[in-house]
Design a binder for this molecule. Structure first.
Ligand code: A2P
Length: 401
């Protein structure tokens, strides 16, 4: 059977920014409210659409015995598994999970700890309020289900030729335009970087942040809208954004391939871990060190990057999801999932190559610590001593808000 190569767009990675459709000189690309698709009868494989794509979703060439129709492509949640990637062509990135909104005023580092011994040296404070970098919005994509309560967005910022060096685990600042009710410029909002150091799309000078729109009622019932999060969630492709940073010199990813990384997060706290996971996937997918993720959300539809996360192979990452509000199912928190994995966690706690990172709701900190303490007790380990050692050695990092 003769196989033909067909250019397709990976619906899991695509942020629906329309760049490919705008770029295609022969109008082979079109979309509906679900997917961007390529008409095989029109596409002449000129590849004009490839370089401008901010995520690499466009880097999908599949071999098949007949062209996939537009109707088929419109129906996909993922590229078809039976189709094979043509050898030699770069596949697009498979984003893992991700992001955190960290309010400058409330961010807690859990005490000053050194970075992991093998972390790369970070650049910090390269850009300030007085001298910010200007980034262009390459795309803004809602991650949570249309009917989900949380409105979480994946926003890709492109720095063009302006250097903006980040490492996994660092944050950037975004300056919302305008002034507050006292006429002062708005505070800078910090967001964890959700991409690995070599870009949201490999070898591109861009990065993603994952931002949850803040809308809450105060005690009197008045609606409070987060200035920063609403600004970022409403950004349109092409908008210019003032960016400061990068920030953070301790919550960094260890580089050595033996590093076991235990990542514990809720909601948008998964942002830095998307960067960690994607870094490992791109650079050392066969590393000896394990990646173990505990990720809590209300429901699957509220869990950012659920689709991409489920695509990652178990050999790369061991994923443990805890849902707290799935009708008919018991409420589960990350700490419950950790208890289920007590034997594996105890084994990791004994290794000098293990690192623990916690990111997300402040309330989770206590429950996670209690779970680790109980697990240690069960396995004849002393959590107080282990935690002190982990902290001393830059192997225990907490970023909650
Ligand atoms: P809950 O359903 O009890 O709010 P959010 O969607 O508000 O960002 O929360 C993310 C997840 O974290 C939800 O599943 C939420 O559960 C859960 N959560 C809330 N409080 C805690 C806590 N103290 N420890 C662990 N998880 C928590």
């Amino acid at each position: 059977m003769e196989l033909k190569r067909q250019h397709l767009i990976d619906p899991v990675i695509c942020i629906r920014c329309n760049t490919c459709e705008e770029t295609c000189p022969v109008n082979a690309i079109t979309h509906d409210d679900r997917n961007y698709v390529v008409d095989a009868s029109i596409c002449n494989n000129c590849r004009a659409c490839v370089p401008p794509c901010p995520t690499g979703a466009i880097d999908s060439w599949l071999m098949s015995s007949r062209p996939w129709t537009l109707e088929e492509q419109f129906s996909w949640d993922d590229l078809p598994p039976e189709a094979k990637l043509e050898e030699g062509l770069e596949s697009g990135p498979e984003p893992a999970e991700v992001t955190a909104i960290i309010d400058v005023a409330t961010a807690s580092t859990g005490g000053r700890v050194p970075p992991p011994f093998s972390a790369a040296h970070p650049y910090v404070n390269v850009y300030s309020r007085e001298s910010p970098a200007t980034a262009r919005v390459a795309g803004n994509f809602r991650l949570t289900d249309p009917d989900a309560e949380s409105d979480i967005h994946h926003v890709v910022l492109d720095f063009g030729i302006r250097p903006f060096p980040v490492l996994e685990g660092q944050s950037i600042g975004i300056i919302p335009p305008g002034v507050d009710d006292k006429g002062r410029p708005h505070n800078i909002r910090l967001y964890s970087v959700a991409s690995p150091r070599d870009g949201e799309r490999p070898h591109h000078n861009n990065l993603a942040v994952t931002v949850k729109r803040v809308r809450a009622k105060d005690d009197s019932g008045k609606l409070i809208e987060g200035i920063g999060s609403n600004y970022v969630c409403d950004l349109k492709k092409g908008d210019q954004v003032l960016v400061t940073g990068p920030f953070g010199d301790t919550f960094l990813m260890p580089n050595h391939p033996e590093a076991n990384i235990v990542m514990i997060c809720t909601g948008t706290g998964a942002a830095p871990f998307r960067g960690f996971t994607e870094r490992r996937r791109r650079k050392a997918p066969d590393a000896a060190g394990k990646l173990l993720l505990f990720f809590g959300a209300r429901t699957p539809g509220e869990l950012p990057y659920c689709g991409p996360l489920m695509k990652l192979p178990p050999s790369l990452i061991d994923v443990n999801l805890a849902y707290s509000r799935v009708p008919g199912e018991p409420k589960q928190y990350v700490q419950d999932k950790m208890r289920e994995r007590d034997t594996d966690l105890a084994a990791l706690l004994k290794s000098e190559h293990s690192y623990i990172y916690i990111c997300g709701l402040k309330g989770m900190e206590q429950g996670v610590e209690e779970a680790l303490s109980d697990i240690c007790r069960l396995h004849d380990l002393n959590w107080t001593e282990i935690r002190a050692q982990l902290r001393r050695e830059g192997r225990y990092h907490v970023e909650t808000y």
